[in-house]
Design a protein around this ligand. Structure first.
Ligand code: P6P
Length: 338
């Protein structure tokens, strides 16, 4: 949907989106609007983190074995509380929780949501942008039987995907399959206003994003691809930009052009399939980037959106960004015999 109306709020666009779908019941509209409220609450807390006693660590660890920062806990609780009683969701998954998360009895709805409540949380204490990532599917189970099968669906089945980046400003970027739009929060009125209409990822790609510290453990295909980018053989010079916060790295590449890689690693068994999670990191970002004209694949050439998840916290290698560079990467990965 081509959006031209400056100053439109995200809630208004969500409602306009619903009009594009005659059979729509308004449930997805309600879900997205409740997610917007959660984003506003988390944004206010993130922006106070330096002042309140919520910096530092909660002393707990999550399923990933990572120390959980207090803001992570707050963000996770905020989204869970809104989604469990909104009446539009039947079951949830969070990066912070081992198992599926049920909704309150009597509040089962038609959708599922998988989310990373605060991705990049290791950057919280150093004031680097962090973000919430979400992926929404239609349930597949009968009423009263919601469970993992409703969550373990291919990325092509997503009905909506998006992220909220908490940085120099708070920006929400989302798609429901009719283009990608970005909205910036005006904290003085508490509204997200359209700031990035009809986002398309630039064909010109000035940046590549990868953690080069792991280059000794990369497969040859990854090493050869990155070496090729550095040679500028096709006359295109690239700069390395790597923030270590997926939402921040992805958002920069979406707006400015770029390719992000988190490939498999020969050395670390826990990263034999990369580090990033399919359900609530790779798949939602893949829907956004494809809607914006880019591509998202694994480092063995599979389309991210075609992968059927087998577990909630399944990892996948992720190569995502401007189409030409991902096409080039695919040639290096598909010619590899590793
Ligand atoms: P590394 C943050 O912890 C995260 O999950 C992503 O946001 C980010 O892209 C990645 O890990 C960074 O991982 O191994 O480069 O520090």
């Amino acid at each position: 949907m081509l959006v031209k109306r400056k100053g439109i709020t995200v809630s208004r666009l969500i409602m306009d989106d619903q009009l594009l779908h005659p059979g729509a019941t308004g449930e997805l509209t309600g879900l997205l609007n409740d997610l917007v409220v959660a984003g506003k609450i988390i944004s206010a807390e993130v922006n106070m983190a330096g002042l309140a006693d919520i910096l530092g660590q909660s002393g707990k660890t999550n399923i990933q074995g990572e120390t959980v920062q207090k803001l992570d806990v707050f963000a996770n609780q905020t989204i869970k509380r809104r989604m469990e009683q909104c009446g539009y969701v039947c079951v949830m998954a969070s990066e912070e929780e081992d198992e599926v998360i049920p909704v309150l009895e009597g509040y089962e709805g038609e959708y599922t949501i998988a989310f990373d409540p605060l991705d990049g949380s290791s950057n919280i204490d150093v004031n680097v942008s962090i973000g919430t990532i979400f992926s929404i599917h239609k349930r597949v189970s009968e009423p009263g039987y919601a469970g993992e099968e409703d969550l373990l669906q291919k990325g092509t089945e997503q009905v909506a995907a998006g992220y909220i980046i908490y940085g120099s400003s708070t920006v929400m970027v989302y798609t429901t399959g009719s283009g990608v739009h970005g909205f910036t929060l005006d904290p003085s009125v508490g509204e997200f206003f359209l700031s990035h209409p009809n986002i398309t990822i630039p064909e010109i790609c000035p940046y590549y994003s990868v953690n080069e510290a792991y280059s000794e453990h990369w497969f040859d295909s990854t090493r050869n691809f990155i070496a090729h980018l550095k040679k500028e053989e096709d006359g295109r010079g690239y700069s390395l930009r790597y923030i270590g916060s997926l939402v921040a790295d992805f958002h920069r590449n979406l707006v400015k052009g770029g390719i992000f890689l988190y490939p498999r690693d020969k050395k670390s068994p826990e990263k034999s399939e990369g580090k990033l999670r399919l359900l609530y990191e790779a798949a939602p970002m893949a829907m956004i980037v494809e809607q914006a004209g880019g591509r998202a694949i694994t480092d063995d050439g599979r389309r991210i959106l075609d992968i059927k998840p087998t577990s909630l916290h399944q990892r996948v290698p992720l190569i995502i960004g401007s189409k030409k560079e991902v096409d080039l990467a695919e040639r290096f990965f598909s010619s590899s015999s590793e």
